[in-house]
Design a protein around this ligand. Structure first.
Ligand SMILES: *Cc1c(COP(=O)(O)O)cnc(C)c1O
Length: 444
């Protein structure tokens, strides 16, 4: 491609800005490193145009680039564990020092990255042993690889599910080296169906696996086989619980929170699944546990040890960036102060009355919007049918773009039937002032 400078135009008018001058100009408005702005400037200049056009385009690209970086946001969606917003939020403040991940301070010898956390999980759930990996998908993969590679795993057709993000039970099964044996039907699977699969001479069933459907539910003529019943079979029972509620009696919540809402009491608890006879359970760290992204394998010591000793463990083990916050969250459950120290549990215990009062105060200060009762949802595939009573500030029109551009923190709101809803349940009260500022700015 070549350009011809037309007669009559002075060379000077058409000369593009220098890369360096444009990058410096961008630095006034876009807070990213100079090297990034140089790249933006270079590409904008290469696309040609007048000085003005190039600058406007470069600013646009620069802004988009800065906005595309990860950072903290205000979750006003009313989805408590929003997968796109990182599921469970966590406050992590650290001193930048080393961490004794595998060093025993008692005697100065090499320690285990698993033992201290496993001890806390034992206390909270009654499990004999536990081991932590990078996420629950990894936990399921490791359990299948360690306990059933080259053998069969019986799964109900009603639980051969896709959880989201490409996590499909048949695919994970295939990758683990285990073979899936479909049992029962989509809507009804009985104990006898599992027993028949185990007794079938051409099968070599190593495990029965139960998968929590997590993000959908089937109603009507439906029958699942309880863990208690599966535990009467002669092969180990693995329950992929997903949501990671340690105990559905939620003993870590304050007494004034009782009675506990049914969306919590009907989630499968880790303690209850183990007590019912599950030999192994797997669950996420960043769903109802409210911790960092990780996956936990808990249950019978001999089976957990086989998972921990599998070569894949080395590829799936988390670092202190996950283990330390996980330990914090587990300690908070034991101290029973999650409601004030773990952000997810703070969201859970807020009363609708307090949220309505906060919404009214925001509307009052900002001079825009109306208070509205809403239904928040848990999200992340936990409690798919449940809603949690909440409160929002409602404004007519779609203001989602302006709110995303809010400074210092983007506000991620929900737009419903031509109105913008800022749901307060997932928002820390300390951020209400930022909501007021952003809403006040909408009026201009
Ligand atoms: C969420 C979930 C998973 C995947 O867990 P990640 O932590 O996202 O890897 C697997 N199984 C079930 C039942 C789930 O709910």
């Amino acid at each position: 491609m070549f350009c011809v400078v037309g007669e009559g135009h002075s060379i000077r008018d058409n000369r593009p800005p220098s890369v360096d001058a444009l990058a410096r100009r961008l630095a006034n408005d876009v807070d990213v490193p100079h090297a990034v702005l140089v790249d933006v400037a270079r590409r904008a200049i290469a696309e040609g145009g007048t000085h003005e056009e190039i600058t406007v385009r470069a600013l646009d690209v620069g802004h988009q680039l800065a906005q595309s970086l990860m950072g903290e946001v205000i979750n006003a969606t009313g989805v408590l564990l929003h997968t796109n917003l990182g599921r469970a939020p966590l406050a992590v403040a650290r001193g930048g020092r080393a961490v004794n991940v595998e060093f025993d301070i008692n005697d100065g010898s090499r320690g285990s990255r698993h033992d201290p956390i496993a001890h806390l999980i034992r206390l909270l759930t009654g499990a004999e042993a536990a081991v932590v990996v990078n996420n629950n998908a990894a936990a399921v993969l490791l359990v299948l690889a360690a306990l059933a590679a080259g053998r069969d795993v019986a799964v109900s057709r009603g639980e051969s599910v896709e959880i989201g993000g490409g996590f499909r039970i048949p695919d994970v099964m295939a990758r683990s080296g285990a073979r899936l044996v479909d049992v029962g039907t989509t809507n009804r699977t009985r104990l006898g169906d599992y027993r028949a699969a185990i007794d079938e001479p051409s099968n070599d069933v190593a495990l029965v696996m139960r998968v929590h459907p997590s993000n959908f539910s089937i109603d009507g003529f439906v029958q699942r086989t309880a863990i208690e019943d599966l535990a009467t079979l002669e092969v180990p029972v693995v329950a992929d619980l997903g949501s990671g509620l340690l105990d559905n009696g939620v003993p870590w919540l304050p007494n004034d929170f009782r009675p506990v809402p049914s969306w919590l009491t009907t989630e499968p608890g880790v303690r209850q699944a183990l007590a019912a006879g599950a030999d192994i359970v797997t669950f996420s760290g960043d769903k109802l546990l409210g911790g960092p992204q990780c996956g936990i394998i808990a249950g019978r010591a001999e089976l957990v040890a086989r998972c921990a000793a599998h070569p894949l463990m080395r590829a799936l083990r988390p670092g202190h960036h996950a283990l330390l916050p996980l330990q914090e969250v587990l300690l908070a459950h034991l101290r029973r102060d999650v409601a004030s120290t773990v952000p997810f549990w703070s969201m859970v215990v807020r009363t609708q009355t307090s949220l309505l009062a906060r919404a009214a105060a925001v509307v009052d200060s900002a001079g825009i919007g109306v208070v509205e009762r809403t239904d928040a949802v848990v999200g992340a595939g936990a409690a798919p049918d449940a809603t949690v009573p909440s409160a929002a500030i409602a404004i007519s029109g779609d203001h989602s773009e302006a709110l995303r551009a809010a400074s210092p923190l983007p506000i991620i709101a929900r737009v419903h039937h031509g109105r913008t809803l800022i749901d307060l349940r997932a928002i820390d009260p300390a951020d209400d002032a930022l909501i007021v500022d952003a809403l006040t700015a909408l009026k201009d």
